[in-house]
Design a protein around this ligand. Structure first.
Ligand code: URA
Length: 235
């Protein structure tokens, strides 16, 4: 394939603009400047660079586990100018995307990756993985409320699937609960607890499948180990 056609396929420039790049001496093939529009390349084996940047190289796959603090949004841009989780990933050159979302005010475990296949798999409703949250609520849920949370709560978008719920601590005017769900509806835990009359004061995701936050402080992240990525793929 001619170089200008390949550059156009890669979305680098139109064929005409690519010819101009070649004429300007900006294109190198296997380290040597290209001076001829007729040169052919083998995209599998040749190394093509424009202005010293490799063209067509697949980005390095990244799998990051972030301890999201409250007060960060999970999208790349926010029209209100709020801080985004990407602001916490200094030094990560690849474009990564959150696997699902946590609310602005929710803290806890968030995976980010540029592996679209894995993201799709982990979020697909047919194998939504388990997620565990620790919620501080106003009021102390009684046995009936806990049972209702376990069996399913009627929300505007339908009854929730069975959940594992444990009362971790009870105080004078509040309690701490641990809830494990495997659905991924918008604001699900907050809405479930609202529905049974115990609104959330603070919410933190402590687990995503077999992963937890061990060793991380809010705002810190780490790379997943290859074995962890393998295990996620196999879920
Ligand atoms: N449930 C919520 O209510 N909020 C989250 O961020 C995640 C789950």
């Amino acid at each position: 394939m001619r170089i200008q056609k390949y550059l156009a396929h890669q979305g680098v420039a139109s064929r005409r603009a690519a010819e101009k790049m070649i004429a300007a001496g900006r294109v190198r093939l296997n380290g040597r400047q290209v001076i001829d529009f007729g040169v052919l390349i083998d995209p599998q084996n040749d190394c093509l660079e424009v202005d010293g940047q490799k063209v067509g190289a697949a980005p390095r796959p990244r799998y990051l586990l972030l301890y999201k603090p409250g007060g960060y949004i999970c999208s790349a841009h926010d029209e209100k100018g709020r801080r985004t989780v990407l602001d916490l990933l200094k030094g990560v050159k690849e474009r990564v995307y959150p696997v699902g979302r946590l609310d602005y005010n929710t803290a806890g475990l968030l995976l980010l990756t540029n592996d679209g296949d894995l993201t799709y798999k982990l979020l697909h409703p047919s194998h939504e993985v388990t997620k565990t949250y620790v919620a501080e609520v106003t009021g102390v849920p009684d046995r009936a409320a806990l049972e209702q949370l376990r069996r399913g709560v009627k929300l505007t978008d339908g009854v929730t699937a069975p959940a594992a719920v444990r009362l971790r601590r009870r105080g004078a005017d509040g309690a701490q609960l641990e809830i494990t769900i495997h659905e991924g509806r918008n604001r699900q835990v907050r809405r479930m607890l609202d529905a049974v009359g115990f609104p959330v004061r603070h919410l933190r995701r402590t687990k995503f499948a077999f992963l937890d936050l061990a060793g991380l402080k809010p705002g810190e992240w780490r790379e997943l180990r290859p074995a962890e990525v393998q295990k996620l793929r196999a879920l």
